[in-house]
Design a protein around this ligand. Structure first.
Ligand SMILES: Cc1cc2nc3c(=O)[nH]c(=O)nc-3n(C[C@H](O)[C@H](O)[C@H](O)COP(=O)(O)OP(=O)(O)OC[C@H]3O[C@@H](n4cnc5c(N)ncnc54)[C@H](O)[C@@H]3O)c2cc1C
Length: 489
């Protein structure tokens, strides 16, 4: 039994993991590199369900269940920070009542926190807070989880084909028998018994290629990253989810999110400076001193929301729940499935539900094992550097402490290296380390990879190009001109 999964984000890898554990031969095809889509562009929140208690009870329950489970099966990629929901004076009392009622009804644990406890944990918050509740929010180390999932599926014999785009399917008698792909080996067909469309925001386009109508509503969200981990718990505002109302501590930084804007196409738009300024002022409603925090960059991610009733202008109203479609039952295309919507937090559950439907349709009696199988820690380069403080070779990235020995895998893609070490993601945003790290590549690869990384870093930096960042941008350009003899014009 072979299944081709399209897309190597959280959803595709979650599906691949569940199927691999059932003994299925899985091939994951990824048009670019693992995690370049939404799964590498999110807040990093391991949802407790608190955010969706009122608006999306199903999603809230799923998130809480997976939150508890992931702490057990993936402890190396989860940090149990805890989080707070805070209500400012003047925020809707009725919403608070409904929220606490739903928490009890759905079994999501919350605890009211005395103001003194909140002030002690989070002294940077506005004093204008009327009430606060603790919730079991956490942090999901997305880069690490992706790396662990890839290693886990490969260890079970599954294959990942990066830079390989699915371009169509082959069918016989209305049943899928192969997936057409284009990649480093040119155009070829991967024989299979089933195909899973896990292409996130692009899932609607994949379905369209199959002649099927699936309404995926892409909606982008801008997030800002602040240097220094100035808070150790997640902070949410206790009101209807809206823009700029959540802070997540992530490794050495804090992420403020987010906006929610419906868009017609799945590609992430360039971040916009006016939007970033607006997000800053919304964030300052919770952290009055936010303007003095050094903001490293802004970035957009695109939610792959599933909207069966048709596309909308108001993406906040679209459910955060997920859907698994069996296109055999729905559209007469046997062996084709789509898994849509959901959250990073629910990636495992999405894999399990998809696996159950696929097994049922192919009459396979193979139960899911993903809820009770530990996803092993992968030997990420970052962990290695912490374990062996000597003999590391030259220091390549001062911000993240990356040494030559941390990059001993010559075949690793740039994304794998960045996910493993975080080079270029610290305060200098690659100004001093990018050419040192990528200089280890061949000349042709160096030019190509530097161009990509610069484009990516510059857009994130320019969107917050005020204050000290304006000076950093000028310094970066001058450094490039001096060290790489580039034209400044
Ligand atoms: C602003 C924002 C903040 C968020 N914050 C959180 C959070 O804090 N916590 C949380 O739990 N969730 C969060 N989410 C939601 C979560 O990030 C997404 O639900 C999840 O990452 C979606 O993963 P995916 O695998 O479905 O999509 P993606 O990660 O986008 O993966 C799809 C993959 O398919 C590939 N692909 C596309 N077309 C093809 C093709 N033809 N052939 C081969 N491959 C193809 C793409 O290259 C891509 O890698 C957030 C989302 C956004 C936008």
């Amino acid at each position: 039994m072979r299944v081709v999964v399209i897309g190597a984000g959280a959803t595709g890898l979650g599906v691949a993991w569940d199927l691999a554990l059932r003994g299925v031969d899985v091939v994951v095809v990824e048009a670019h590199e693992v995690g370049v889509g939404t799964s590498g562009r999110f807040h990093g929140l391991l949802h407790s369900g608190g955010r969706y208690l009122v608006t999306d009870p199903n999603a809230a329950q799923e998130c809480y269940r997976e939150n508890v489970l992931l702490r057990v099966i993936a402890p190396n990629a989860v940090v149990a920070t805890g989080g707070y929901f805070v209500k400012k004076y003047g925020d809707d009392d009725n919403f608070e009542r409904r929220w606490t009622h739903q928490a009890e009804a759905l079994g999501v644990p919350i605890r009211e926190v005395p103001p003194a406890e909140l002030r002690q944990a989070l002294p940077m918050l506005t004093p204008d807070i009327e009430r606060a509740y603790w919730v079991p929010d956490g942090v999901l180390e997305g880069f690490r989880m992706l790396t662990m999932l890839v290693a886990a599926i490969q260890a079970r014999g599954s294959r990942l084909l990066e830079r390989t785009r699915a371009v169509g399917i082959r069918t016989e008698s209305h049943r899928v028998t192969g997936v057409e792909v284009e990649g480093p080996d040119g155009h070829r067909t991967l024989d299979c018994d089933a195909v899973v469309n896990a292409a996130g925001p692009w899932a609607g386009l994949i379905a369209h290629d199959w002649g099927i109508d699936v309404k995926v509503q892409p909606s982008y969200g801008l997030m800002l990253i602040f240097a220094n981990r100035r808070m150790d718990q997640v902070v949410n505002r206790l009101k209807l989810p809206s823009d700029g109302d959540i802070f997540v501590p992530h490794q050495e930084v804090v992420i403020l999110g987010t906006t929610d804007v419906a868009q017609p196409c799945p590609d992430a738009p360039e971040p916009d400076r006016l939007e970033a300024i607006r997000l800053m002022s919304l964030g300052a409603e919770l952290v009055p001193d936010l303007g003095s925090w050094r903001v490293l960059r802004g970035f957009n991610g695109v939610r792959p929301l599933y909207e069966p009733s048709g596309l909308t202008d108001d993406s906040r109203t679209v459910s955060r729940d997920f859907a698994v479609l069996n296109h055999g039952d729905r559209d007469g295309l046997a062996g084709a499935f789509s898994v849509l919507g959901g959250k990073w937090t629910t990636f495992r559950l999405m894999g399990e539900v998809l696996g159950d439907k696929l097994a049922e349709s192919l009459d396979m009696r193979l139960p899911s094992r993903s809820a009770d199988t530990v996803i092993e820690a992968h030997r990420t380069t970052q962990a290695t550097s912490r374990r062996h403080p000597v003999d590391r070779g030259a220091l390549l990235c001062e911000c993240e402490g990356v040494y030559e020995s941390d990059l001993d895998n010559e075949t690793a893609s740039q994304t794998q290296m960045r996910f493993g070490t975080w080079f270029s993601m610290g305060p200098c945003q690659g100004t001093f380390c990018a050419h040192r790290v990528l200089g280890r590549r061949s000349a042709a690869q160096f030019a190509q990879e530097m161009a990509w990384l610069r484009h990516e870093r510059e857009h994130g930096l320019n969107v917050v190009g005020w204050g000290s960042n304006a000076r950093l941008i000028a310094l970066e350009q001058a450094t490039k001109a001096q060290t790489l003899a580039e034209d400044l014009s």
